[in-house]
Design a protein around this ligand. Structure first.
Ligand SMILES: [Mg+2]
Length: 155
């Protein structure tokens, strides 16, 4: 399948095997021209050095790694090992997404759309347009809390 994906110009494949199957991922990587990216195999910055044989890149998620400083440390480790970096996210508010957006310039790929999956985002200030998200320029992370009325609806 990796050959088919390469012929279709697929940019990368994320976590095709189980999180603990590093040997399997390493074997896939040896036979693939499509970069193999770790997602579920990354839980902590200290995981990254153990993934350099099996993966071309890591998908770093601030909510999993423990915030922007832990993600930045993981990113620097990945770069020192010659790995690519994707910034990803969980389903989280614009507050969490904005923290990651501030690191986006350091990544090869950015997948920061989790707030768009929320029925009600408790923060506003991020704007996604045609597949891009702009780094907000306001104070702090650049987002503001949406004020709720007593019924829980945006005031
Ligand atoms: Mg994933």
């Amino acid at each position: 399948m990796l050959g088919v994906l390469a012929a279709a110009d697929v940019e990368f494949v994320e976590q095709p095997l189980a999180a603990g199957d590093l040997e399997g991922h390493a074997e896939l990587r040896r036979h693939s021209t499509v970069p193999i990216v770790a997602d579920e195999s990354v839980h902590h910055r200290d995981d990254v050095p153990h993934l350099a044989e099996a993966f071309d890149a890591v998908n770093l998620k601030l909510a999993k790694l423990g915030g922007p400083l832990q993600a930045l440390a993981a990113l620097r480790t990945a770069r020192a090992l010659g790995m690519g970096v994707m910034l990803g996210c969980m389903i989280e508010s614009s507050l969490g997404i904005s923290a990651a957006v501030h690191l986006a310039g350091l990544a090869d790929w950015v997948d920061l759309d989790g707030a768009l999956l929320l029925a009600e985002d408790p923060f506003s200030g991020l704007a996604w347009t045609a597949g891009t998200v702009e780094r907000p320029t306001g104070a702090g992370w650049g987002v503001v809390e949406v004020v709720q009325d007593t019924a829980g609806s945006p005031a």
